[in-house]
Design a protein around this ligand. Structure first.
Ligand code: NDP
Length: 299
């Protein structure tokens, strides 16, 4: 049976590290890191994410600034807010909750954030810096996956890694990070031929697809490490009428018979994403103030 990689426990240790560093920033430098989160519209899932981000930001001792804007906010007004946050010295990290309403241009909005405050790591400058192996803000979900993998394996050098999914927020930056740690990386997507055979060659398999339980146990190399990024909500009549539960992109039951280690859903990658957002905010604050960065909180 595979070892269960507990993202919930590891995320708590990341948040503890962040909190320790926040205490030091306050006592030694008189600085409190601040994270501004911008939410446009009423999307219920986004509102839940923003609330939990705000709560955890405060729990680690940082300032949380929430900006809730109406659904019909104009692009000009949103850009004006980002401009103000970019120049506000109390704000070290800016996150614009995605998706944005259809009338707003996501790329334009993300690229308006000052790259050094772009704690989601989506700004085109940060994408370029990561791709060329330079110091950047690293997207939170892939950073969380990398931390789990490093913690489990120590060195990843020379391992065959397959990333299923090529999105800008998970698949592509994940592949860059694994390459940065000297894995031999293959990216699979919806047009990939014989994806099962490809996956069977992976020492590290990262699933970021958004298709419930697509990856089965017989796709997995015995002893491989499986990181399941997927979050899929499915009906759960066994819990009562109208109830739902979360499953990943990997069929956990069959995969854990074969894998050496595996992240569960929920309780795997999910908690790491917010922990890495807090880690990125403290890193951004240190860089902005010329203070030594905490060790182990970035790539
Ligand atoms: P996207 O929809 O942006 O990308 C999905 C990727 O999967 C695409 O590259 C697509 O290929 C590929 N794909 C789709 N179907 C197949 C298939 N049958 N075989 C192989 N590849 C396929 O999703 P995201 O990257 O944003 O998210 C992926 C999953 O991770 C989702 O479940 C999401 O909810 C979850 N997620 C979880 C987070 C966390 O904190 N745990 C954070 C972010 C996302 P193509 O490009 O060819 O269309």
């Amino acid at each position: 049976m595979a070892t269960r990689i507990d993202g919930k426990v590891f995320a708590a240790t990341v948040r503890d590290k962040v909190a320790t560093h926040v205490v030091r920033l306050k006592s030694d430098h008189g600085i409190t890191p601040g994270l501004a989160v911008v939410l446009v519209g009423e999307d219920p899932a986004s509102a839940v994410y923003v609330r939990s981000k705000g709560k955890l930001t405060v729990e680690v001792g940082m300032n949380s600034m929430e900006h809730k804007l109406d659904t019909d906010t104009s692009q000009a007004d949103l850009l004006a807010l980002i401009d103000r946050l970019n120049t506000d010295p109390a704000v070290h990290g800016i996150l614009v909750q995605l998706p944005l309403p259809d009338h707003l241009d996501e790329d334009l909005v993300i690229n308006a954030i000052a790259p050094e405050k772009d704690v989601d790591g989506f700004h085109i400058s940060n994408v370029g810096l990561l791709g060329t192996g330079q110091k950047s803000m690293v997207p939170c979900t892939p950073l969380g996956c990398l931390m789990l993998l490093r913690d489990h394996h120590g060195s990843l050098s020379g391992m065959n890694a397959v990333v299923v999914g090529r999105s800008n927020i998970v698949g592509k930056p994940m592949a860059q990070l694994l390459l940065g740690d000297s894995c031999t990386v293959t990216i699979a997507h919806s047009r990939t031929k014989d994806i099962e055979a490809l996956c069977r060659n992976a020492d590290i398999l990262v699933a970021a697809v958004g298709r419930r339980e697509m990856i089965k146990g017989d796709w997995i190399k015995p002893g491989a490490t499986v990181i399941d990024v997927g979050i899929n909500r499915i009906d759960a009549p066994e819990k009562g009428e109208g109830k739902t539960r979360l499953v990943g992109d990997v069929d956990f039951a069959s995969a854990s018979e074969v894998a050496g280690a595996i992240t569960p859903v929920p309780g795997g990658v999910g908690p790491m994403t917010i922990a890495c957002l807090l880690a990125n905010t403290v890193t951004a604050c240190c860089r902005a103030n010329g203070v030594e960065e905490p060790v182990g909180l970035t790539a």
